[in-house]
Design a protein around this ligand. Sequence first.
Ligand SMILES: [Zn+2]
Length: 116
Amino acid sequence: MEEDGRECLQCGSLLAGSSDKRFCSDQCRAAAGNKRKFKDEREQLMRSINVMLQKNRHILRQASPQGKITIRRQVLQVSGFGFRHFTHLYRTQGGNNYHFYYGYLLLPEEKVLIFN
Ligand SMILES: [Zn+2]
């Protein structure tokens, strides 16, 4: 048996045989494939969340050029605003949740108050 000094990309064990081999076994090949697929899906999810957050920020900036405004919730909805996608959350002592979208704070009423 001849070893060419290369290692399995998944487990690091030495590879023997044909020089185009990258994994020592079918298990390692499958494990590496799953890992890559999971990583791709995670990155795709992060990208799509970032896109939605940017879109939200854009909509809020357009809606509140003066920095503070009260508008109907529906106006944001029509613009495609995604209420579920916020950057952080503030819980008041009274138990209310305030959602932040980057520098914007939205007070969750029928009419929303936007602070910048
Ligand atoms: Zn291996």
